[in-house]
Design a protein around this ligand. Structure first.
Ligand code: ATP
Ligand code: MG
Length: 421
């Protein structure tokens, strides 16, 4: 694989992450939680009454152990993630020896209660049983904390891409891109928008399998109608232009843009659209993909912030020029960064007009998968990576300058909103 110059993560602006819905479900006590009724509504959870207790968690289909202290059943091995609402630990079952991830949902205080994002995630994971979606096995409640017990995944994509030596071969990148699309196709088929697709939410195991995680921003969407949803979703670097221009009626195409950004990252080794705020994010997108106008995106003029953020001057698309090939200065010759098929699919996924982006199932039918080399060799050499590589460990290692892995995460800062759509 050509060695595209890798950028250092150090010193890069930290992209503001997706705005998590900070609405909480007030807790009366350790075992009793009260949901704000409007929150129930936005969850699309018709059967949650304003007053719920642990039975609600039981009724949504999981074994809930109210009295179990997770440490009695699981031995914590180390921290692998730090999310908005708590920490994620690698742990081993004392009964079966099986590795699990314990995602602790922090309950800041009993008054604040149970975060609606966690409720959303639990409800959705229950419906989403698929080999490309991380599986939730049980929920444990102890001392004011709720733990989601998830199948353990050795790495996340951000962690592996940040590994100082490991590089994917093109066939392995193709296998993982295919697996990501299979997962997204399943989600969209089930009527779910993920709304936070990014490297740290794409988990990998040593067998080379990819699974989608983190459903805290996900929601059910109406397939036939577009709705009034919040546009404060998706981590900035992976946020599509329509959301940056204020769209509130959107659908699966928002996830497809993020998928395109991730696919590009497989080739460049780092996020390409890396703005520090919404305006610079749009500027970077325009510089690479060209500026939109009514001819290439007829409905752009209807978007709320179009006039406000209108490009000052028209810019041509430079995507092919930038990514089709590059000069390897060591041998002073032009090298291909990606195949024609990869370029074609990427250009389609990164279409400015969301209606022109392929669906996940259509993307899987592109020549990149069906005509070019069919050998999508599963990245078995993930087995060779020593230690576990999640964003948490990678960031810690970069900060401390050490190279020992948990064997841990640190995600970009979260802004908070009260918008529940
Ligand atoms: N099942 C798992 N196996 C291994 N690691 C995991 C698992 N689930 C999550 N992690 C790690 O923990 C990190 C944080 O988890 P997750 O994204 O689910 O939490 P979050 O609080 O919703 O995160 P954030 O708000 O930071 O996006 C992930 O990026 C990943 O590195
Ligand atoms: Mg996450």
């Amino acid at each position: 694989m050509p060695t595209w110059p890798r950028y250092s993560y150090d010193g890069l602006p930290t992209g503001p992450a997706a705005d998590r819905n900070n609405t909480v479900v007030a807790a009366d006590s350790q075992a009793n939680v009260r949901v704000q009724s409007d929150a129930c509504h936005t969850l699309g959870v018709d059967n949650i009454s304003p007053n719920i207790n642990l039975n609600v968690l039981k009724n949504i289909g999981y074994p809930v152990k109210a009295s179990d202290e997770p440490t009695e059943k699981y031995e914590k091995i180390g921290q692998v993630g730090e999310g908005t609402y708590g920490k994620v630990y690698k742990a081993r079952s004392k009964v079966t020896g099986e590795l699990v991830a314990l995602k602790r949902i922090r309950m800041e205080s009993e008054k604040e209660g149970f975060p609606i994002t966690a409720m959303r995630e639990i409800k959705l994971l229950q419906k989403l049983r698929h080999k490309r979606i991380v599986q939730l096995s049980e929920i444990m409640v102890s001392k004011g904390s709720v733990y989601m017990v998830l199948e353990y995944m050795d790495h996340d994509l951000t962690g592996v891409l940040g590994h100082p030596e490991f590089r994917f071969e093109p066939a392995q990148a193709k296998s993982l891109i295919k697996q990501m699309l299979e997962g997204v196709a399943f989600l969209h088929h089930m009527g779910v928008l993920h709304r936070d697709i990014k490297g740290s939410n794409l988990l990998l195991n040593k067998k080379g399998e990819l699974k989608i995680a983190d459903f805290g921003l996900a929601r059910i969407f109406q397939k036939r109608r577009t709705h009034d949803y919040t546009n404060r979703v998706i981590t900035l670097w992976y946020r599509p232009p329509e959301l940056l221009l204020g769209a509130t009626a959107y659908g699966p195409a928002v996830d497809m843009w993020s998928v395109g950004c991730i696919m590009l990252e497989f080739f460049t080794g780092k996020p390409v659209f890396n703005g520090s705020d919404e305006i610079s994010q749009l500027e970077i997108i325009y510089k690479i993909m060209g500026t939109p106008d009514e001819t290439i995106w007829p409905t752009v003029v209807d978007l709320p912030w179009w006039e406000l953020m209108r490009p000052k001057q028209p810019l041509p698309a430079k995507f092919r020029e930038l990514f089709a090939r590059y000069v390897d200065y060591e041998v002073l010759q032009q090298c291909f960064l990606m195949s024609d098929g990869a370029l074609e699919l990427l250009e389609a996924l990164l279409a400015l007009d969301p209606s022109k982006r392929p669906s996940a199932s259509d993307a899987l039918k592109f020549p990149y998968f069906v005509a070019e080399s069919l050998d999508t060799g599963s990245p078995a050499n993930l087995l060779e990576i020593t230690g576990d590589w999640h964003e948490y460990e990678s960031k810690r290692k970069r900060k401390s300058g050490t190279s020992s892995a948990l064997n841990g995460n640190g995600d970009v800062k979260k802004a908070s909103v009260t918008d529940k759509r």
